[in-house]
Design a protein around this ligand. Structure first.
Ligand code: FPP
Length: 239
């Protein structure tokens, strides 16, 4: 498959849903579903980097995921550590720049240190920008931005009427990056679940029924092809 570069989304966001159901189908524990999900993630990141996607945002752990059973939270945290330990050399070698979306301060020490080191090591890379949402929720992100702007106003360096979209966007976790063009959520669920609510304003949405651990290059290509065929109007008219 080849899609013309100008028809590719600049920013793809993925909600990797269905690990639990995949585990159930295979009669294995949920942690192994997540582990298989990491394999799918690896190949999607490679592919996105190879074809020249500018930004890929993946939802790894939400502000609400802390409410899952402790065993599952621990398994996810362990997978996150493992992912950074095993993938960072290859990602860095492929010029991938890693950015964490969400509030890192609430992560356990080891995870916080690993992700901060990965951000630091890859910060000057010029290839794929890989956003990994960890302890992320869009409402939390928007509140953090609102607080930061309020502090600027309070300090007298900014007037409320001077707050523009670009000013606001500079305080989002995705500062400097384009809006999401294509959002993919696997497993057939059709919800945004508090993911990048500001950045998804004009995103094209794609809900393949495949469970995340089975999502492969072919499914990704199908989503990209569907995106290339969409008529995007951004509230205007394409006549
Ligand atoms: C949703 O499936 C998936 C998650 C909550 C976690 C996704 C995380 C990974 C794929 C691995 C960790 C990421 C990194 C960066 C190492 P679900 O469990 O809600 O599925 P279900 O709806 O079928 O139960």
């Amino acid at each position: 498959m080849s899609i013309k570069a100008e028809l590719l989304p600049r920013h793809v966001a993925i909600i990797m849903d269905g690990n639990g159901r995949w585990a159930k189908q295979h009669r294995i524990v949920v942690a192994l579903g997540h582990r298989k999900g990491v394999e799918a993630l690896r190949s999607v990141v490679r592919y996105a980097s190879d074809i020249g996607i500018q930004v890929l945002s993946i939802f790894a752990f939400s502000t609400e995921n802390w409410n899952r059973p402790q065993r599952e939270v621990s398994a996810l945290m362990a997978l996150i550590l493992e992912f950074f330990a095993s993938e960072i050399d290859e990602l860095h070698g492929n010029d991938v720049q890693i950015r964490i979306l969400g509030e890192k301060s609430a992560l356990p020490d080891a995870q916080r240190q690993a992700v901060t080191a990965a951000e630091e090591r890859t910060k000057n890379n010029k290839g794929l920008q890989l956003n990994i949402a960890l302890n992320y929720g869009a409402r939390d992100e928007l509140l953090r931005a609102a607080r930061a702007l309020a502090r600027e106003v309070q300090s007298g360096t900014l007037k409320p009427e001077e707050i523009t979209a670009s000013h606001f966007e500079a305080y989002l976790d995705t500062a400097g990056q384009p809006d999401v063009d294509l959002l993919i959520r696997t497993s057939g669920e059709m919800r945004l679940s508090n993911f990048l609510l500001y950045q998804n304003a004009y995103a094209e949405l794609c809900f393949p029924s495949v469970l995340w651990p089975d999502f492969d290059q072919r499914h990704f290509q199908e989503a990209l092809q569907a995106f290339a065929a969409r008529d995007r109007r951004f509230g205007g008219r394409n006549t």
